[in-house]
Design a protein around this ligand. Structure first.
Ligand code: CA
Length: 757
């Protein structure tokens, strides 16, 4: 009996140990297909399975759509027409510098729309560090990424004619075949805008098996044995006769030169095997993902969390490269020259200033240092701070959120850029009309004269006013931090400009023309016009730097909280306004069925946390858990709207930890309701911050009591120092709200109004 007991004990101990040994690493919890079942009309994320390393210069993705179709990979599609090196940040912005590789058997088909091979998702494996698909025709393709290179492994079925097709895309491509050297070199462009005319992506591909035959295709004709061509759209093909031996392709690229592409290939892959490349990429992901460890949730919650963290760590991408001595340099998408130093790109700051960059300043400050240095480099090279870069200035969205990103980094101790140059860039951005509306300040003269951007004189004028007022607050904070009192004073005053568009007769943000007349009739559910991809229901909350001042205008805490709750209770109807048709964001708001709350788009994503400023943190806790439960899933329909370069994901990452950066540029994070029983953040310094909510559950969503480093804690926010110095936030959770905790004004996070000049 004793013996049996012992045996059983040993067996269980063995089981526990093997479970630990084989427990999935964070990267294996990631589903890169989350959000890929999207279409032009309806977005479940508008994502593609990016096979890449964090912030990599190149991503790889299977391509199910036609060339130039922004929906590069749609889960519902049945055919793949290539494996593509991509730089696409969003289907709406599209790709640049892309090319694709397609293995074929029996006969060559060049055109993308004709050459798709059928596959089933059962024969597809998608990981951030590894992708594999077996086509119905028997060809298997695997991909493993590095920052600027990739390794592909292709296995053909037996006894077939075996081809590799390289599609250089339209818009200018040049390909050269070196049959005896088993190599293809050249460049591709397919520029979608925003770059100087000398822009090119230089590519090199090396094959590990002898090339039996080869040729080019362009202008609708095939040229057997042709060695090189430059044309609008060049394809190259190689024929192999290798049976079922794997064909390994090593490829890299450079925006600088072909020599640099070869250097990138040598440095990042060299003689490494496919499996080595893949396992190194896996390690790199685990290193970054395990900075945040979560425990005590369901497998589905863990998968959702790490899938969201993966998305948050993809963009902006490294656009810089390393020279022979390991020093960073870059081709400038702004002036077309080669410069020393960092450059990152493919980011819409209108989206990502909210939570992506604040996650970097908190958890990945070394990345934030490079990104902010690169934003100042963009100003030096192009004359403007970028707002939507891909890879140069793109005309998309509104606001001066580059200023928020620089300010947030500065107040969190990041010193990778020159403060004087940064302040000069900010003031320049705020007081000039750019060559396109998305850089500089569209409507700045009117804004400076009237204190608001008038509508209809300027489109999206209220959205612009609110974003400019927040950017002005950021300039105030930055100038104050570096000791420029005169600038600080001027912009502090302008930070209150949001007040000019709160219409006292409707109790909502409205719009006024240049004569000061309110636009009527007003309907809070009408999209467009003075707003950007939203309605007044969404923009009325866009006063991140002064929720207290906003609340006073709206009639006080009780009424403001009532309005916030009403947003969820209101019918989910909308008017299409100046859009004239249903844009996908409207359809997505209606679909989530949370009234006027439109979590699928960015302007309203901080709004739930405003309850923390109103002495009702339990209302935030209620809505946050509801949104986390209902609107995020680690599956192909997993997001409730565009994912947008990590922003919608970063909302979940922060919210699941239990706090959120409502106002980047402050050092505070509003408290929510953590999703897991325990979460541990390990900083680059090695210090740890633990969120311990041991009795958390699906029902116990309310914070009954909080203790920071064992001391009772009544605030509705944490500070940067609290978190980064390391420590423990212990939360006692409950099914019932504690209506006595966090109710005093001193418990609320930062509002400008609360501080005298
Ligand atoms: Ca969006």
């Amino acid at each position: 009996m004793m013996m049996d007991h012992l045996k059983r004990y040993i067996f269980l101990a063995f089981l526990a140990a093997s479970f630990r040994l084989f427990a999935e690493s964070p990267v294996d919890k990631v589903n890169p297909l989350m959000g890929t079942e999207s279409t032009y009309a309806f977005s479940y994320g508008n994502t593609y399975p990016a096979v890449a390393v964090p912030w990599g210069m190149n991503f790889w993705s299977p391509q199910t759509g036609a060339n130039r179709d922004g929906w590069m990979y749609s889960y519902a599609q049945k055919f793949i027409c290539g494996f593509r090196q991509t730089h696409q940040p969003s289907p709406w912005i599209n790709d640049y510098g892309t090319f694709s590789i397609m293995p074929q058997i029996d006969s060559l088909v060049f055109q993308d729309k004709l050459r798709g091979a059928s596959f089933s998702h059962q024969n597809e494996t998608a990981k951030p560090y590894y992708y594999k698909v077996k086509f119905d025709n028997g060809i298997t393709t695997e991909i493993a990424p590095t920052e600027r290179a990739a390794s592909l492994r292709i296995i053909f079925p037996k006894k077939q004619e075996q081809y590799i097709l390289i599609d250089g895309y339209d818009g200018g491509s040049s390909l050269s075949i070196d049959p005896s050297g088993r190599r293809i070199t050249g460049y591709v462009k397919n520029n979608s805008g925003g770059v100087p005319s000398n822009f090119a992506n230089y590519i090199v591909l090396e094959f590990d098996k002898p090339i039996e035959d080869y040729g080019l295709f362009y202008g609708g004709k095939r040229y057997p044995k042709a060695l090189n061509s430059t044309h609008d759209h060049v394809y190259a093909y190689l024929k192999f006769n290798i049976g079922q031996k794997p064909l390994e392709i090593k490829t890299a690229s450079s925006f600088i030169s072909l020599e640099q592409a070869q250097l990138n290939l040598k440095r990042e892959i060299g003689i490494a095997s496919f499996d080595d490349v893949s396992s190194k990429a896996k390690q790199e992901w685990n290193k970054q993902l395990s900075r945040i460890e979560v425990d005590g949730g369901t497998l589905e919650q863990e998968a959702t969390f790490y899938s969201c963290l993966y998305r948050t760590l993809l963009f902006p991408r490294k656009f810089y490269e390393l020279n022979g001595k390991g020093k960073p340099l870059h081709y400038s998408p702004y002036d077309g020259k080669i410069h020393d130093g960092y450059m990152y790109t493919d980011n819409g700051f209108w989206d990502t200033f909210r939570a992506v960059h604040p996650l970097f300043t908190l958890v990945y400050p070394s990345v934030s240092a490079e990104v902010t240095a690169s934003i100042v480099n963009a100003y030096k090279e192009g004359g403007w701070l970028p707002e939507w870069s891909s890879p140069g200035y793109r005309d998309c969205m509104v606001g001066n959120n580059s200023i928020s990103i620089l300010t947030d980094a500065w107040v969190k101790g990041i010193r990778s850029f020159d403060a004087k140059t940064a302040l000069e860039a900010m003031i320049h951005q705020a007081n000039n009309q750019g060559p396109i509306n998305s850089v500089g300040r569209n409507g700045y003269e009117a804004y400076n004269r009237l204190g608001y951007v008038p509508y209809p004189e300027f489109s999206e004028a209220t959205a612009k006013t609110l974003e400019y007022a927040y950017a002005d607050w950021c300039i105030f904070r930055f100038a104050e931090a570096i000791g420029d009192k005169a600038i600080a004073k001027k912009y502090r005053k302008q930070a209150f400009n949001y007040k000019n568009l709160l219409n006292p007769s409707t109790g909502f943000m409205g719009s006024k023309n240049g004569e000061g007349k309110w636009r009527e009739p007003f309907d809070a559910t009408e999209w467009g016009g003075p707003f950007t991809e939203g309605s007044s229901w969404h923009y009325t909350w866009s006063v991140m730097h002064d929720p207290e001042g906003l609340s006073q205008l709206l009639g006080g805490h009780e009424h403001t909280a009532y309005m916030l709750d009403s947003m969820f209770r209101a019918p989910n109807t909308f008017k299409v306004g100046t859009y004239g048709f249903v844009i996908h964001e409207m359809a997505e708001m209606a679909a989530i069925n949370m009234g006027q709350y439109a979590h699928g788009n960015q302007p309203v994503q901080h709004a739930i946390y405003l309850f923390d400023y109103l002495g009702k943190p339990w209302r935030a806790q209620f809505h946050l858990r509801n949104v986390m439960d209902k609107l995020y899933h680690a599956n192909t329909k997993g997001y409730c709207g565009d994912e947008d370069n990590g922003q919608t994901s970063a909302w979940y990452v922060f919210s699941a930890l239990g706090f959120y950066p409502v106002c980047p540029g402050t050092t505070e994070y509003a408290l929510g309701s953590p999703l897991f029983k325990k979460a541990t953040i390990t900083f680059e310094t090695g210090k740890k911050f633990i969120i311990d909510a041991a009795n958390n559950s699906k029902e116990n969503i309310y914070i009954q009591d909080a203790f920071l480093n064992q001391k009772s804690y009544s605030k509705n926010y944490l500070t940067f120092d609290n978190i980064r110095k390391g420590g423990t936030l212990k939360l006692k959770m409950s099914q019932i709200p504690n209506a006595k905790r966090g109710i005093l004004s001193k418990n609320s996070p930062y509002s400008l109004t609360k501080f005298n000049e």
